[in-house]
Design a protein around this ligand. Structure first.
Ligand code: GDP
Ligand code: MG
Length: 162
């Protein structure tokens, strides 16, 4: 069976937008309302002549208590069920306490973990993304899921990890 990449991260960081960017079509539901992706949704993705399963996660209510625990649980599940995990961060916000908590969980993964700094729509945010090395997940890949910026480098890294 084909390899599985799970996309995790806080609500509204742009996971579903990035999934759509990778799919090259609009299937994952994107909304301004955080937490709109209620469940884990799997899609067939094709890139660089490879086929893999892309799992979009969500369903975390940002106002609910225990968001951090819910995000960590989602990361645990992703680690157990996927071949590689992609953590998405909102570069316009920077690393939050929840991002640090989920990174801590993911650092224990024996499987490859990739880090995308999303919403880098222009060069002004590029320098800031270097600070995300501190999450201990290796190189942060700056991307703009909305505009398609540099997603090629991230996808090359994803293909290598799968
Ligand atoms: P999710 O909850 O993590 O799945 O996030 P969504 O994909 O639903 O996106 C949440 C919001 O962020 C939407 O309004 C998107 O249009 C916006 N968004 C996603 N990617 C980008 C990006 O690269 N740049 C900007 N400026 N906004 C983005
Ligand atoms: Mg979503």
């Amino acid at each position: 069976s084909q390899p599985v990449l799970a996309v995790v991260g806080r609500p509204n960081v742009g996971k579903s937008t990035l999934v759509n960017r990778i799919l090259g079509r609009r299937e994952a539901v994107v909304q301004d309302v955080p937490g709109v992706t209620r469940d884990r949704v799997a899609y067939d993705a094709y890139w660089g002549g490879r086929k893999f399963t892309l799992v979009d996660t969500g369903g975390w209510e940002p106002d609910a208590t225990g968001l951090q625990a819910a995000v960590a649980a989602q990361a645990e599940l992703a680690m157990q069920t996927a071949d590689a995990v992609l953590l998405v961060i909102d570069a316009t916000v920077g690393a939050t306490a929840t991002d640090e908590a989920v990174s801590k969980v993911l650092r224990r993964s024996k499987k490859p973990v990739l880090l995308a700094a999303n919403k880098v729509d222009d060069d002004r945010l590029l320098a800031d993304t270097a600070s995300l090395w501190s999450l201990g997940l290796g190189e942060p890949y700056p991307v703009s899921a909305l505009h398609g910026r540099s997603s090629g480098d991230l996808l090359d890294a994803i293909l290598k990890a799968l």
